[in-house]
Design a protein around this ligand. Structure first.
Ligand code: NAD
Ligand code: MG
Length: 393
């Protein structure tokens, strides 16, 4: 078996640590080339002791602290780098076969796009990168000639349920059905959402995840981002992508064919399953997840998402109906609003107000490449910050 060299961008987060958990189960298949984090020095140092990467990348303010931590742990072979260029360098180095993109937010776009252009096998958890980069990002993947494999559980499920030949999808497939858990407030009366605290929003019933995606799951903006992600990944028209709430999170998504046959992918809610699939594709390997026990599973239920409770979800189709770049505006607004909510500066139910106002106020200009996208992202963030200040009063 040939060994694959792996770079994990965002290795200290929820997806990053799950990735390393899977990798540790297959030492004969994978070697770690680089690990990266924004500021979690101790976690990154311990990961370096276990996986002995050639490089560790951390935010500039923590470079020296990481060197000292590695020295204290007796790790000599790992070189410490920092800054945005270093992220791109470790994602594109010739030794690297595959890149796990597990940074949160638009901050991950540049290294993701660099890996794509370099033709790496790109394992994409960082959905915001695709929501911001859109068609431009997909062109970078095609030009690079590498393979993009979705790690988001819904998109992994769709990928596993689609016919193998992408050319025949439009003739054979009628729609994609993305499932959503509905998050912690699925049964709450909408008028109670104004008092939600960050701690309540981050307590997801089925998945343990980073704070940003946990809040997105509670507003269902996560599903809005996933509708956009599915559109760009698989090329389906927005009206051919449907969302259904499925509180048990056992069916991870489905594909409805022309003959009305529906193919679904099922499993325990454990991100190591789609991570292992992406790492081993087209093969399969152990993930460490528990098997589904159908004898004790009980009922699988489904319901339609209500607009009054989850207005954010519907912004996905609105943004996809506007000029290219609108999805980047929506993403930037949401990143700003979620951060303000987590810092106690914005009410939970006003995340949507900020997103909606930013999306309707900002008309994206004609876009040509990464610089234009990052400029639009910055402009949308400034507009959203203004909206946050307005709602603070
Ligand atoms: P997390 O917050 O737990 O981890 C984020 C990682 O990115 C950390 O290692 C952090 O150090 C790094 N990071 C954060 N900001 C950075 C920056 N500005 N520059 C460089 N590095 C930075 O997040 P997570 O839950 O692991 O999610 C990561 C991505 O995967 C997100 O895009 C999320 O939507 C997606 N995703 C997560 C899950 C899940 O179960 N957690 C499921 C599907 C998709
Ligand atoms: Mg998902």
């Amino acid at each position: 078996m040939t060994v694959q060299w792996l770079t994990v961008l965002g290795s200290t987060g929820s997806i990053g640590t799950n990735t390393l958990d899977v990798v540790a189960r297959h030492p004969q298949r994978f070697r770690v080339f680089a690990l990266t984090a924004s500021r979690q020095v101790d976690v990154l140092a311990r990961q370096c002791r276990q996986f002995r990467p050639r490089y560790a990348v951390i935010g500039p303010a923590h470079e020296q602290a990481l060197r000292e931590a590695l020295h204290a742990l007796g790790v000599q072979e790992t070189e410490v780098l920092s800054g945005p260029q270093a992220l791109c360098d470790v994602a594109t180095a010739p030794e690297v076969d595959a890149v796990m993109a597990a940074i949160v937010g638009a901050a991950g776009l540049a290294p993701c796009a660099a890996a794509a252009r370099a033709g790496k096998k790109l394992l994409l958890a960082n959905k915001e990168a695709l929501v911001v980069g859109g068609d431009w990002f997909m062109r970078a993947v095609h030009q690079g000639g590498g393979r993009l494999l979705p790690i988001d559980s819904e998109h992994s499920a769709v990928f596993q349920s689609l016919p193998e030949d992408a050319q025949t999808w439009p003739d054979r497939v009628e729609k994609l059905i993305l499932t959503a858990s509905g998050g912690p407030f699925r049964t709450w009366a909408p008028e109670h959402l104004s008092a939600v605290t960050p701690q309540q929003a981050c307590a997801h019933p089925n998945w343990v995840m980073g704070r940003k995606i946990s809040v997105d799951s509670a507003t269902m903006m996560n599903k809005a981002l996933e509708v956009i992600e599915a559109h760009y990944l698989f090329g389906f028209a927005p009206e051919c992508i449907e969302v259904v709430i499925h509180p048990q999170s056992v069916i991870h998504s489905m594909v409805q064919y022309r003959d009305r046959s529906v193919v679904a992918q099922l499993g325990t809610p454990d991100m190591r399953v789609p991570i292992a699939y992406g790492l081993s594709w087209p093969d399969r390997m152990a993930s460490g997840a528990e098997p589904l026990d159908f004898r004790t599973l009980g009922a699988l239920t489904f319901e339609a998402p209500e607009r009054a409770r989850f207005p954010g979800l519907f912004l996905a189709w609105q943004a996809l109906g506007e000029a290219p770049g609108a999805t980047a505006v929506l993403n930037a607004a949401n990143e700003v609003a979620v951060e303000a909510f987590l810092e106690g500066r914005l009410r939970f139910d006003r995340i949507h107000a900020v997103n909606e106002a930013t999306l309707s106020r900002l008309r994206p200009p004609k876009l040509d490449g990464l610089e234009d996208l990052m400029a639009l992202d910055a402009e949308a963030r400034a507009q959203a910050a203004q909206q946050v200040r307005r709602w603070q009063q």
